[in-house]
Design a protein around this ligand. Structure first.
Ligand SMILES: Cc1cc2nc3c(=O)[nH]c(=O)nc-3n(C[C@H](O)[C@H](O)[C@H](O)COP(=O)(O)O)c2cc1C
Length: 335
């Protein structure tokens, strides 16, 4: 079921929970309901997810906190066949971020279903599978394969990976290609589809409108910004691929600007990400119009980023006298 069809949804796709009756009960219920959300027809405990590729398949983080506080786990990008990823050094640290060139290392769809899905199903947290392909047909075939698999609630269609030679970012940089991939995937799955856009474009709003027109249920953004680093002793780029994807606090103002622009261009829900490291960052993204947010690079330098951000957002909502996080979504936008 798409967000457009979900009962009780706002335009941004967040359902407003009814306030509880009175007294102690009311305080308890309000606190529990503060973040609970229905997005893309998925019941979520909070509109906060993991960003693909920064959270593996969730296992490592289960040692730090109860994963059920997440609205969904968005898993590392999956392809039809297993991929070994790129050669050489694959991560470069920058003063306020990370440049990665992983190259979509993953066990392939069959390996993922056998090795990773049992744990994810057991966790009870909704799973969103991030998918990639070299051709629109490959995306569509992957979508069809995942359709109906127990525990999988939605697909995130990655048309924005900067670290692969074929497909990836090339699809996300052209309205026609972005639309073609979305249309092909739409035809082959009943799962909600969230199309993940690349920030490495001149007109993000047109691409967002193109994928909305082809039946995307939501849009996530941003993927990483193309960047590079040079080893001054070696006198060579650090990465075998020369360029990689920049993420982390350095990209936050760019990501926020793009979420703002896309929120003004489409009527489907937006999952905002890019450099979110604190609850204050998260609140900014909701205010800009993101119905949900995802935490990426922050998971690397603070494994407790997710619970800390959730607690901070809740305290902020209380301090603002708000009954539900839906009241925050888009609140900074011109009326
Ligand atoms: C190491 C690494 C691997 C990533 N792998 C993927 C991936 O497989 N698929 C995808 O759509 N995005 C991938 N991303 C992009 C993130 O999901 C996110 O869009 C981006 O990093 C911006 O958010 P952040 O600044 O909070 O990390 C990856 C990012 C990093 C740092």
């Amino acid at each position: 079921m798409s967000s457009k069809q979900s009962a009780g949804s706002t335009q941004q796709g967040i359902s407003q929970q009814p306030p509880a009756a009175s007294g102690q009960d009311k305080r308890q219920a309000t606190s529990d309901n503060l973040l609970s959300t229905n997005l893309f027809g998925i019941k979520m405990n909070s509109p906060l997810m993991s960003a693909s590729g920064t959270y593996g398949y969730g296992k490592e983080f289960a040692n730090f906190y109860n994963l059920s506080m997440l609205g969904a786990i968005v898993v590392k990008g999956i392809t039809m066949k297993p991929r070994a990823g790129n050669s050489g050094q694959r991560l470069v640290e920058t003063p306020a971020g990370l440049i990665n060139s992983i190259g979509l290392e993953n066990p392939g769809v069959e390996g993922f279903l056998v090795q990773e899905m049992p744990f994810l199903r057991e966790s009870g947290v909704p799973v969103i599978v991030n998918i990639s392909g070299n051709t629109p047909e490959e995306y569509a075939a992957l979508a069809e394969r995942l359709d109906g698999e127990a525990g999988i609630h939605a697909l995130e269609v990655n048309i924005s990976c900067p670290n692969v030679k074929q497909g990836g970012m090339a699809f996300g940089a052209s309205c026609d290609m972005a639309a073609a991939v979305t249309a092909d995937v739409r035809k082959r799955t009943r799962l909600p589809i969230i199309v993940k856009l690349s920030p490495n474009v001149t007109d993000i709003a047109s691409i967002a409108r193109a994928v909305e027109a082809e039946g995307a249920d939501g849009i996530s953004l941003i993927n990483t910004l193309l960047g590079m680093g040079i080893d001054i002793r070696n006198k060579k780029p650090y990465l075998d691929n020369t360029f990689g994807g920049l993420s982390g606090p350095a990209v936050k103002p760019v990501a926020l600007r793009m979420v703002w622009q896309v929120a003004g261009a489409v009527n489907i829900p937006i999952v905002g990400m890019g450099g979110i490291s604190t609850w204050q960052d998260a609140v900014e993204f909701y205010l800009a119009g993101a119905s949900a947010i995802a935490i990426g690079t922050a998971n690397f330098f603070n494994p407790l980023a997710v619970p800390e951000i959730i607690e901070g957002v809740k305290a902020y909502l209380h301090s603002e006298g708000m009954q539900h996080i839906g009241e925050l979504v888009g609140a900074a936008r011109p009326k």
